[in-house]
Design a protein around this ligand. Structure first.
Ligand code: G3P
Length: 215
């Protein structure tokens, strides 16, 4: 299972990378806008920190504009993956970009049939947004389970990125389902490592170690 970090904050990316846990990065316009920095230098810096796929989003509506935008984005660094919205225009763009060898991540997927279309278009990655489904009283992880079943049925090469992760249970369920990738916010990454019994145990062992006579 691969872990991507879902942020455009270089401090968070650096810290997660230093832990040795991060295989890639996903961003979106909302995450980029939070940083208050120029787009291109920010993305270049992210690509220098992590040696793995870095998703950045194309925001055009028409397929020809998405393709042009994706070509420009892919010039920033060889590890750039272009996020393409799950629309018919987006799918047309994915088909063209795939034929040009540009990696794509079909984003804003909320149904299994959307994921099926993304795979048929040849997307490198498909990103179901599970937290946002939970927000509207749908079980987001059910969608991931269905997508994995569909992709397995037909041996699609498209990789599933579980996105819009909000808590450690999302990561646990993604791992149990065998999802290829979870893209995880930094706070959730920290939560994954924490356990109160570990903290208590470390403290107790340290106290007891101090009681042992040493020469
Ligand atoms: O990876 C997609 C993610 O950035 C969306 O997360 O929390 O805005 O639904 P969220």
């Amino acid at each position: 299972m691969k872990f991507f970090i879902d942020t455009a904050n270089v401090e968070e990316i650096r810290k997660a990378h230093d832990m040795g846990l991060i295989d890639g990065v996903t961003t979106n316009p909302t995450l980029i806008s939070k940083e208050g920095r120029d787009f291109r230098p920010l993305v270049s810096e992210i690509c220098e920190i992590v040696d793995g796929p870095v998703s950045v989003e194309a925001v055009s509506a028409k397929s020809e504009d998405l393709v042009a935008e994706a070509r420009t984005l892919s010039e920033i660094h060889e590890n750039i993956v272009v996020k393409i919205p799950m629309t018919f225009e987006g799918l047309r763009a994915v088909r063209i970009l795939t034929s040009e060898g540009i990696a794509t991540n079909v984003t804003l997927i909320f149904s299994p049939t959307q994921a099926l279309l993304a795979a048929k278009a040849g997307a490198t990655y498909a990103s179901p947004f599970i937290g946002r489904l939970d927000d509207v009283s749908h079980v987001g992880m059910d969608l991931v389970e269905q997508i994995i079943a569909i992709y397995d049925n037909y041996d699609f090469n498209t990789l599933v990125i579980v996105a819009s992760i909000r808590n450690p249970i999302h990561v646990l369920e993604a791992a149990l389902m065998g999802a290829d990738i979870a893209t995880i916010p930094y706070t959730v990454l920290e939560q994954l490592a924490k356990h109160p019994l570990t903290d208590v145990g470390v403290e107790r062992f340290l106290d007891d170690w101090k009681k042992i006579p040493k020469k």
